[in-house]
Design a protein around this ligand. Sequence first.
Ligand code: ZN
Length: 342
Amino acid sequence: MKAFWNPLELAHDPQFFLQRGTAKRNFEVPGRAEALLAACREMGLAIVDPGPADPAAILTVHPPDYVEYLRDGWQAWEAMADHGAEMIANIHPSPEMLANGAKRSGTIVGQVGWYHADANPTCRETWVSAEAAAACAIAAADEAASGRHAYALARPPGHHAYAARAGGHCYLNNAAIAAERLRRGGAARVAILDIDSHHGNGTQGIFWERDDVFFASVHGDPNGYYPWYVGHAGERGAGAGAGCNLNMPLARGSGDEAWLAAIGAGLREVRRHGAEALVVSLGMDASRDEPLHFLDITDDGFARAGEAIAASGLPCAIVQEGGYNLDALGRLLRRFLAGFGG
Ligand SMILES: [Zn+2]
């Protein structure tokens, strides 16, 4: 199995994180990628730098104005004499403003709130890392299109990013870009199975009205966990996509059996949908060793999840999402990928 990785993914190093009203050191750190890379080396995976991302592939998911903001916004921010060390929103357009005809601002302070769901910081290096992560997801999708499993060591992660809104450590939705790549590469139907402990709200939003990309997510109940507002079982998609979105929220403290049962149910629906390829949004933050853990998944649980997904028989583009325990990440990746013969 190939593991796609580009060292530019280490450049993004956000500092700010807001938790319960307290500003803390951000834990989406470059060391996460280093730990995962070390595990890939230990497993003997072929580590491949996919080179620059195909800009057209990113634009299949994200509109040009949002990509331009991520790429060039920093220059406008830096041109302000009193700018902070990172771009962080202090206002977002509320639903009332949007209902009253709110428009994108021409100035960077207004744009940061427009393009972010939360206080997710953007730094000078964010774009180069996000673009490099997307390139890894695209390359993994191309492998899956050829019938082979592949792992995209993607950092920053992507599943909380909407088409035109960053959030939750995410900027470009790598899994969505991979799914679009597979679709345009000839797969009539694709599925995304998201087993990060947080709901993949961005991915859900991107494919909400689509019937060609089935989305299934297993995650902590949003009633008590990020992203707080969506991820409920009743959200099934709309329009052509009605019935093509499956959320399986789990109660706080749920363990291996509940998690694996939900993954099994998701895989059955993926098969029923007729998917020809699978994108896996792989987060390790369901682990009981996660610092802010909500679920209680063991190392064996990750191994069994890998085996179950591999047994689906679908070519998988496995795209890295969250997981923040630097001491556990590599071990969990090895256990998960063992099921794929990796
Ligand atoms: Zn997560």
